[in-house]
Design a protein around this ligand. Structure first.
Ligand SMILES: Nc1ncnc2c1ncn2[C@@H]1O[C@H](COP(=O)(O)OP(=O)(O)OP(=O)(O)O)[C@@H](O)[C@H]1O
Ligand SMILES: [Mg+2]
Length: 238
């Protein structure tokens, strides 16, 4: 089993004539936490969505668990063990919490396995169990974030991609979300985390990659980047 679980090499994504990312490379070791940092529009979401197969790539290569998954259909990537908790949650707001969770398990064929995963997610997020019959659209921001992460967990991933799990949440809620992410990592999940909350992301991660206008600007061990003044400068777009 290779030590590298995910390898992204010279990724390029275009939105018509516009460039989403022009040259992004990163690798994620099995069992590690990697932070993908960068200011507004740096290319974090584009990178995660391209890795997850939600948008097509125009250049570069994505290798996941030893297989070339570049521009493979999303369901195939999910089935192989990669799940994304997307920016803005993308929930079905008219549907119940439990229906939303089950939509994350469409690649899981066995109904007893789906039940098992549901119980596991409810164990991780007891709030979701309390609200299982409630419409997703009536939940608070923190609960919706839990639901987005919970839905991603329903495919039983080995690698979880998280797109700004702290966005728009109150500090106490962010803290509890990060405690949960640490717990998930403790349970054996590998994490790739896009964040604007640079301090939090560097604290939880082993390695970090900083993007600037669609390409790598810096990368290295998070504890080193945490003390590097250039990170803050890039982040602030100076
Ligand atoms: N659907 C789209 N159509 C056209 N351009 C887009 C689209 N989505 C993103 N872009 C552009 O691609 C670039 C990268 O954006 P992206 O959303 O990936 O950045 P980000 O780092 O996730 O930013 P944020 O922190 O605001 O979420 C930006 O220039 C953005 O304007
Ligand atoms: Mg984004």
């Amino acid at each position: 089993m290779s030590e590298i679980l995910l390898d992204v090499s010279h990724l390029e994504v275009r939105y018509g004539d516009l460039i989403g990312v022009s040259d992004v490379s990163l690798s994620v070791k099995r069992g590690s936490v990697v932070a993908l940092l960068g200011s507004n529009g740096a290319g974090k979401t584009t990178t995660l969505n391209a890795i997850a197969g939600l948008i097509p790539t125009s250049g570069g290569r994505v290798t996941f668990d030893g297989a070339d998954m570049t521009s493979r259909p999303a369901f195939e990537i999910v089935r192989k063990g990669l799940a994304l908790s997307p920016e803005g949650w993308r929930l079905f707001v008219q549907q119940s919490v439990e229906s939303n969770l089950l939509l994350g398990a469409t690649t899981v064929a066995s109904s007893s396995k789906r039940r098992e995963l549901l119980d596991k997610v409810y164990g991780i997020f007891p709030k979701l169990a309390e609200r299982r019959l409630q419409q997703a659209g009536t939940m608070s921001g923190g609960e919706r974030q839990m639901l987005a992460v919970g839905r991603a967990l329903m495919s039983d991933p080995v690698l979880l991609l998280l797109d700004e799990p702290s966005l728009g949440l109150a500090p106490a809620i962010i803290e509890s979300m990060y405690e949960t992410l640490k717990r998930l990592h403790g349970l054996g999940l590998t994490l790739l985390l896009a964040e604007q909350a640079v301090d939090l992301a560097l604290e939880i991660s082993d390695e970090a990659v900083v993007l600037q206008v669609g390409r790598n600007a810096m990368s290295g061990p998070s504890h080193q980047l945490a003390h590097d003044p250039n990170v803050q400068k890039i982040y602030l777009g100076h």
